[in-house]
Design a protein around this ligand. Structure first.
Ligand code: NDP
Length: 291
């Protein structure tokens, strides 16, 4: 039987509709959450993401502040901008769009963001809070989206063996922490792992975040497993382009119990959770409990 397709687009739309109501309720405290996005250079894909984020921020009833800087901006200029945003009362969330040009020390810049406004969840303080189960953690958005999609299929993930392929600070590592929090038994694979295919065959949940197009094949998947595809690759196709993931979708859908498509799976959830994190940051900064 073909797998259930986990519809990230519809799920994210539902989340955003709920969020809008929560933002309205928060507005009764006299404040509107604000998200500042910093974009460096002219990377067309980044510009598209930033535009989409700004539009959805406003649609959710929040304020959007955009800061575009030239490719040759200096580290000092960027650090000063982050410092200004850290002290701007109207800004609850700061997002520095990645990738940054090679002359910029991204780790230093991300660590300069006030952890209370770190809506991407990349600051070491938030990584530590996530690892220690501290509810104040602002957690990376893509992993939050993956967990939400898994729970649309299986409300209780307790005891499942989850394999995360990829160990980046942005996706793989925080996903491992979140899955532990859901009482899964977690394996994290990476480019030095021996026989990823064999690990995959034993997993109830497979999350692919490798940046390797269609790496996960059909015969790697245990029948009925839940498969989440984080990858995004734009490849040339007749007269245009097509977007594919880290999973060979057509092969895997014949064996999996449920699978996310690319596009329309994890991608839309990432923006929805960015805005959720912005509201969480605004509430925490204002000392307002969840409404
Ligand atoms: P990174 O390049 O930072 O990390 C990739 C990880 O995959 C690394 O840990 C690497 O291992 C591992 N890896 C690479 N090749 C293999 C292999 N052959 N076998 C096993 N593991 C391998 O990528 P990100 O985590 O930032 O992103 C992963 C993917 O997700 C990308 O396609 C990206 O475009 C996409 N993405 C999508 C988002 C969304 O909103 N849908 C958001 C963020 C990312 P090692 O550590 O050993 O090098």
């Amino acid at each position: 039987m073909a797998a259930r397709i986990i519809d990230g687009k519809t799920t994210a739309a539902g989340l955003l509709a709920e969020l809008k109501e929560k933002v309205e309720a928060f507005g009764k405290t006299g404040r509107t959450p604000g998200l500042a996005v910093v974009l460096v250079g002219n990377d067309p894909a980044s510009a598209v993401y930033v535009r989409a984020k700004a539009r959805q921020t406003v649609e959710a009833g929040m304020r959007s502040f955009e800061h575009r800087l030239p490719e040759d901006v200096s580290q000092d200029q960027l650090m000063r901008l982050v410092e200004t945003l850290n002290h701007d009362f109207a800004v609850d969330g700061i997002l520095v769009q990645l990738p940054l040009p090679p002359h910029i020390d991204a780790a230093a810049l991300l660590s300069a963001v006030d952890p209370a406004k770190d809506v991407d969840g990349f600051h070491p303080i938030n990584a530590g809070r996530l690892a220690t189960g501290d509810a104040r953690a602002l957690t990376p958005c893509t992993p939050l989206g993956c967990i939400h999609l898994l729970k649309c299929v299986e409300a209780d993930l307790t005891g499942a063996h989850a394999l995360v392929i990829g160990r980046s600070n942005i996706v793989g590592k925080p996903l491992g922490q979140l899955l532990l929090g859901e009482n899964c038994t977690v394996t994290i694979a990476h480019s030095r792992t021996r026989d990823v295919a064999e690990l995959c065959r034993a997993a109830d949940i497979v999350i692919a975040a490798t940046g390797q197009p269609e790496m996960v094949r059909g015969d790697w998947i245990k029948r009925g497993a839940l498969v989440i595809d984080v990858g995004i690759h734009r490849i040339a196709a007749n007269n245009g382009h097509r977007v594919i993931g880290d999973v060979a979708f057509d092969e895997v859908r014949d064996r999996a119990g449920a699978i996310t498509p690319v596009p329309g799976g994890v991608g839309p959830m990432t923006i929805a959770y960015l805005l959720q994190n912005t509201l969480k940051a605004a509430r925490q900064r204002s000392g307002v409990a969840a409404i």
